[in-house]
Design a binder for this molecule. Sequence first.
Ligand SMILES: Nc1ncnc2c1ncn2[C@@H]1O[C@H](COP(=O)(O)OP(=O)(O)OP(=O)(O)O)[C@@H](O)[C@H]1O
Ligand SMILES: [Mg+2]
Length: 282
Amino acid sequence: MLTEVMATRYVTPLREGGSLPGIVEADDLGTYVMKFTGAGQGRKTLVAEVICGQLGRRLGLRVPELVQIQLDPVIGLSEPDQEVQELLKASGGLNLGMDFLPGSIGFDPLAYEVDAREAGRVVWFDALINNVDRSWRNPNMLVWHGELWLIDHGATMIWHHNWPGARASAAKPYDASDHALAPFGPDVEAAAAELAPLVTEELLTEAAADVPDEWLVDEPGFDSTDALRRAYVETLLARADGIHERITLDEPSRPRPSQAPGWLTDHLTPWPHPTKQKDENR
Ligand SMILES: Nc1ncnc2c1ncn2[C@@H]1O[C@H](COP(=O)(O)OP(=O)(O)OP(=O)(O)O)[C@@H](O)[C@H]1O
Ligand SMILES: [Mg+2]
């Protein structure tokens, strides 16, 4: 079970997130990025965040700690933004929190270099969970204290939107051509050798056990939340088998523009940056 905390203050919305996550403070004095049950994306997004986040951390990848947050919508009464007010009102009860990494910056492939080994581990993990949301357009990775952190696993396990076809869908290949780490020559063979043996039924069962029951109840086709948890475990277990052989890494569809400000890329870029080249030509 995830640690449970109570939200004490709604600090601010994170407008760059499509689901309008917010920063909240909680009664354990922690600060969290909160994903709301009342958001349009629905509770399956939160289920995916928990299973994949917990799995990633158990595999040794850096994922900020997850907690379940009790929300009393009354804490948002003074919030001036109508959209935020409505989201808070619709999200009373249990929500998801991710430890807020203060001072982290969004991953930029021109400002931060990742070695082939680490890139391989992330791409292999994303293939396993079928993450379609770690592209160069929207990397969903943060750099914090000089290290890469993985966030936002809501758009994974696409098969859980259609359980009857889950097995067939889980056997499909993973196209990593647009993956934010594709340019770093991800060594997926090494990652498979290291990580695949760790993806056992026990480990997956632990990750699935962390999902609160109330996000799993009444799923059509399942007579209990445990049966649904087992379906997640079995589908991921089947997918883990030989997934690295089904990863395709072709040319990315477009060049990857840097989003980082020049002062950042000039200091950190591992290869010639446009601003640097300009200086050199002077
Ligand atoms: N743990 C964290 N620490 C610091 N900042 C974070 C954290 N989690 C998310 N953020 C910031 O909030 C933004 C939105 O978060 P996230 O991507 O999880 O939300 P989302 O609504 O699922 O987004 P998307 O639009 O990608 O679907 C991130 O791009 C990042 O800038
Ligand atoms: Mg995101």
